[in-house]
Write a protein that binds this ligand. Structure first.
Ligand code: ADP
Ligand code: MG
Length: 297
């Protein structure tokens, strides 16, 4: 399944009004439809009414400076936070008001930090535990745990290129491989929508590209929509079909990576002042820092 044709970038003035997102692709409703999603913490308007769509099979990057509201958006989508206003439709089903586990069962997966795995167990055993917890007590208690979901666990590891390391202890894996296992864990409930908040944090540039290339392939193969944040603009430009740019809780730009890269307001947000648009240079450097050294996703 392929992503829809990306809409043209909507240039914005200095207005704080949110961008009105593209219309749905002809003939198909988007997998995810976010409308008027808003959240404040006390006086801080972390997310102002946000509207966007995400198609099955699409890679959508959410970028913006620290404090822009990216994690708040993720936590609203996965049910950890309840919005002040707005709607989140997944395949036409309203997610707002549902508990995180209910949202997860409806097909919203997310990558977990390795702290949530068991270092002394093997990679395969970690996957089996995730699958057991997914089954929610319906599994056959009369069978030894070691036998349950063994095949499924190995299949998931195969998908992320980790089958050869299935019997190694989780704790001895290289960092990039840990991230692959995190991805496999997230795939365990066969998500229709995968949320990845800074999935490549701490990774070397080449590893980042490899992990997101793998994610992109899985998105295409499985028709899974992916929303991700990413510091490296090189990764965003290589693997996102579309980019949403948040600044202080407001969507200031939306469009294909090349257009977002040239957008004057986006450049102003990252570089601290509007500059001549130069398509040869991304809005931020490849090592994940903007011109002022601040992380940018
Ligand atoms: P990002 O992920 O883009 O860095 P966040 O969504 O974490 O941004 O934060 C957006 C804004 O909301 C920030 O001003 C942050 O301080 C505030 N914020 C986020 N979570 C909370 C919270 N639980 N309580 C209070 N303020 C919060
Ligand atoms: Mg964040």
């Amino acid at each position: 399944m392929s992503a829809p044709t990306a809409p043209a970038l909507t240039p914005r003035g200095t207005s704080a009004a949110p961008v009105q997102a593209n219309t749905e692709p002809v003939g198909t409703a988007a997998l995810l439809q976010v409308r008027g999603l808003a959240k404040s913490f006390g006086g801080v308007r972390a997310l102002q009414p946000l509207r966007f769509d995400l198609a099955a099979g699409e890679m959508l990057a959410l970028i913006g400076p620290n404090g822009a509201g990216k994690s708040t958006c993720f936590n609203l989508l996965n049910g950890q936070l309840r919005p002040d206003a707005g709607s989140i439709l997944l395949g036409g089903t309203e997610l707002v008001g549902r508990a995180p586990d209910a949202v997860w069962r409806l097909g919203v997966g997310r990558t977990f930090q390795v702290a949530q795995t068991f270092a002394a167990l093997t990679v395969r055993q970690n996957l089996q535990l995730a699958l057991l917890s997914q089954a929610g007590g319906l599994f056959g208690w009369w069978r030894p745990a070691s036998a349950q979901y063994r095949g499924e666990a190995l299949a998931l590891l195969e998908q992320v290129g980790m089958a050869a390391q299935a019997e190694r202890a989780m704790g001895v894996l290289a960092y990039g491989d840990v991230k692959r296992v995190e991805l496999a864990l997230a795939l365990a409930n066969r998500p229709r929508l995968l949320l990845m908040d800074e999935p490549t944090a701490g990774m070397a540039p080449a590893e980042r590209q490899a992990l997101m290339a793998l994610t992109q392939r899985l998105a295409r193969e499985q028709g899974m929509g992916v929303l991700f944040t990413e510091h490296s603009m090189d990764v965003v430009f290589a693997h996102a079909d579309r980019v949403l740019v948040l600044a202080q809780g407001v969507l200031i730009a939306e469009g294909p990576p090349a257009a977002v890269r040239r957008n004057a307001q986006v450049r102003a947000v990252y570089l601290g002042g509007a500059s001549e648009a130069d398509p040869a240079h991304p809005v931020a450097t490849a090592d994940g820092a903007d011109a002022n050294g601040a992380p940018c996703a």
